[in-house]
Design a protein around this ligand. Structure first.
Ligand code: GLU
Length: 287
């Protein structure tokens, strides 16, 4: 089944920007004879009651969906199976424990140092830095004894060794390309991304890829704040399909602009009535 989807995080009522994205997602799916699915992405930051509020908001603007919405919070077994498939295909170390804090990563990536695989000229001293937060591979290749020691201090996240999975020399950085209706080809470097966080919750990038594959989603409409994530999600989808011995389905991306305020910042509560609830409170006749 070919499908489009809207995948809100249940953090609160949908604001105008979310509703606009949902409307574009619904229209894109309906206009191309795809099913339209709603998926509740509640791996973290869940606000109690938000799912019901969001469903009511979507229904209030006339959107409908074709199956009972799935909740990421109930799909852990699927994410476990995806990690197991990657390990079965590439070895246990293809998914490795990482003990770095966000601060460790920022510090490791902000000190200029030569990176032969960045593609910069060998002469001329320092070469371009990786984007902030790009994982430098600190915990890749720790010995079992080193891991045991670090586990006593901090629980581990799980990262994928992208070079190993891509069959590249150790530490090399694959590139991936996603094709977007509005933005064209979007190419990005793929680092050793987190598959499971150190609080035990599966990471957004893994869950979204597993779910889109499992649900037959071949049209992804969402805010353009996630445009940068598309290449690495594409890469992960390919890696997962290859590990399972399946072809990777093509995906049409459509990253739509966020709704901004007069200062060009993402529309927020302080900008006035931004949810249907706010509008109803201002003007009861609206409902
Ligand atoms: N759950 C994400 C959000 O609400 C959207 C993820 C996606 O559409 O891939 O921002």
């Amino acid at each position: 089944m070919s499908a489009g989807r809207y995948a809100p995080s249940p953090t609160g009522s949908l604001h105008l920007g979310n509703l606009r994205t949902a409307l574009v997602a619904w229209l894109a799916a309906r206009a191309t004879d795809r099913a339209f699915l709603l998926r509740i992405e509640g791996l973290d930051r869940v606000r109690s009651g938000a799912e019901a509020d969001q469903r009511a908001d979507l229904a209030a603007v006339g959107l409908d969906w074709d199956a009972e919405p799935v909740r990421q919070s109930e799909r852990t077994a699927l994410y476990d199976a995806a990690v197991a498939a990657l390990r079965a295909a590439h070895g246990t170390d293809a998914v490795y424990e990482c003990f770095c804090s966000r601060k460790d990563i920022v510090e490791a990536t902000s000190a200029p140092h030569p990176r032969p695989d960045d593609g910069a000229p060998a002469s001329g001293g320092t070469v371009p830095l990786r984007p902030p937060g790009f994982y430098p591979g600190t915990c890749r290749g720790l010995t079992e004894a080193e891991r045991a020691e670090r586990r006593r201090v901090r629980p581990a996240a799980l990262r994928i060794d992208v070079a190993k999975v891509a069959g590249l020399p150790a530490g090399e950085t694959p590139r991936a390309t996603a094709v977007d209706v509005l933005h064209g080809e979007v190419t990005g470097l793929v680092d050793d991304l987190v598959l499971r966080r150190n609080d035990g919750a599966y990471a957004y990038n893994l869950a979204v890829v597993v779910d889109d594959l499992a649900q037959g989603v071949d049209q992804v409409v969402r805010g353009d704040d996630l445009l940068d994530s598309a290449p690495r999600q594409r890469w992960l989808a390919e890696a997962l399909c290859a590990a399972r011995g399946e072809p990777t389905p093509a995906v049409e991306y459509l990253h739509v602009p966020l709704v901004l305020n007069a200062e060009g910042r993402r529309l927020a509560k302080r900008d006035g009535a931004v949810t249907l609830e706010d509008l109803a409170a201002q003007d009861p006749a609206w409902t």
